[in-house]
Write a protein that binds this ligand. Sequence first.
Ligand SMILES: Nc1ncnc2c1ncn2[C@@H]1O[C@H](COP(=O)(O)OP(=O)(O)O)[C@@H](O)[C@H]1O
Ligand SMILES: [Mg+2]
Length: 420
Amino acid sequence: MKKKVLFGYIIAAIVMMLAFEYSFWTNGFRYLEHQSEHSYLVQTELLRDLFLEGEVAGRNTEEENTFEEFTDTYAEEYDIRITVIDEAGNVLGESRGAGDLMNNHLDREEVQKALKGESNSVIRRSDTFDVDYCYCAVPVADGDFRGVIRTAIPLQELRNMNHEFVRSTVFAVLILAALILFLGLYFRKYVLAMKKVESMRREFVSNVTHELKTPLTSIRGFVETLKAGAIEDPKIANKFLDIIEIESDRLSNLISDTLLLSEIESKKETRREPCDVNEVITEVVDLLQPKVKEHVRLIFHPDASVRPYSCNRDRLKQLLINLVDNGLKATEFGAVTVSCRSTASQLVLEVSDTGIGMEEGQLDRIFERFYRVDKGRSKAQGGTGLGLSIVKHIVELYNGTIEVTSKPGVGTEFTVKLPY
Ligand SMILES: Nc1ncnc2c1ncn2[C@@H]1O[C@H](COP(=O)(O)OP(=O)(O)O)[C@@H](O)[C@H]1O
Ligand SMILES: [Mg+2]
C-alpha cells in the first residue's frame, strides 16, 4: 500500500515536471520567435540602406538587372531569400534558386502593408517551398523607383533547435525521475533495515532485563527467608547461601557476557598480534580443568605445524573457552577433544564432545542470543545463552565460518575456520 502511494507521488511529480517543461518551452519558443522576427526586420531595413547606398534602382538598365545582382549578392552573404518588388507587385529581382521570379506578389499580405509605407513582418507557409518562413517587407523609394524589399528566412532551424531543447530536457527529466525513484527505493530499504536493527536492539534489551531480573528476584527471596529466621538453622542457611552465590555468579556472567557482546559488535578489531594457537588452547584447557567431570577427559594434542594466527589473543581465547565450556557442560561420560591445524589459507579449530548432542532442528538456532535447547539445564549450569552468539561474532570479526554437526546421545562437533 505504502509502495503504491510512493509510486503515485513519483508519477504525479514526473507528469507535473513534464507539463511544466512543455509550457516553459512553448512560451519560451514563442518569445524566441518574436525576438527573431524583430531582428529579421531590422536586418531587412539594413538591406534597404545598402540598396539605397548602392543606387541599385538608378543603375538598372535593359542590359543589366542590378536588382537581381543585389538580391544574389546579399542573399548569399546573409543566407536568406531576398526579393525586390515594384509598386505593381512585379518581382524585379529574386535571389537565386527561389524560382518564382515571374509571379506577381501584390496579393502577399506583407507586400501590401509595405506598399502602404509600413515595415512589417509575418510568419506563414511559403507557396513556393513547403516550409514556414518569416517574411519581412520594407518600403523603398529611390528617385522614380517605388517598391518593396522583402526577405524570407526559413524557421525550420529555429524550430529544430526548439525540438532539440524539448527532447533533451524531457530526457533530463526522465533521468531525474529514475534517479528519484532509485533514491526512494534505496531510502525505503535503508529505513526498513534501520527499523529491523532497532527492533532487534529493543528485543535484546528486554531479554537482558528479563534475564537480570530472574536471579535478582531469587537472591532477594532467599535473603528475606534467611532474615525471617532460616539463618538460625545452619544447614538450611548454608544451602540458601549456596543458591545466593550461584545466582550472583549468574548475574555476573550475564553482565560480563552482555558487555563482551556489545564490545565485539560495536568495535572493529584493530589490535592484532601473532598468536601461538597451541599455547592459547593449552591455557584454555588448563583454565577449564576444574570443570571437567569425573568420567570425562579433556583432550588436546598440540600440533607443532600450526602457524601463528594474527588476531586479538583475548578474543581467540574467549571463542575457545565458550566452545569447550559448552562441551564440558553437555558431557557426562567420554571426552571433550580440542584440535587445531593449519591449511594453506586457514586456521581450523575443532571442538568435539561425546555429550547429549542436539536435534537437527536446533542447530540453526543455537547461535541466537539467549537461545538454549534446555533452558532449565543451561541455567542450572550457570549459562547465559550468550556463549555461542559471542563465538559467532568473533568468527565473523575475522571473516571466518563456523559449522556444527550433532546427534542426540552421541555428541557434538563444532568446526571453526579462520582465514589467515
Ligand atoms: N556441545 C554442546 N552439546 C549440546 N548442546 C549444546 C552444545 N553447545 C551448545 N549447546 C546448546 O546450545 C545452547 C546455547 O549455547 P550457549 O550460547 O553457549 O549458551 P549457554 O549459556 O546455555 O551455554 C545451550 O544452551 C545448549 O542447549
Ligand atoms: Mg555456553
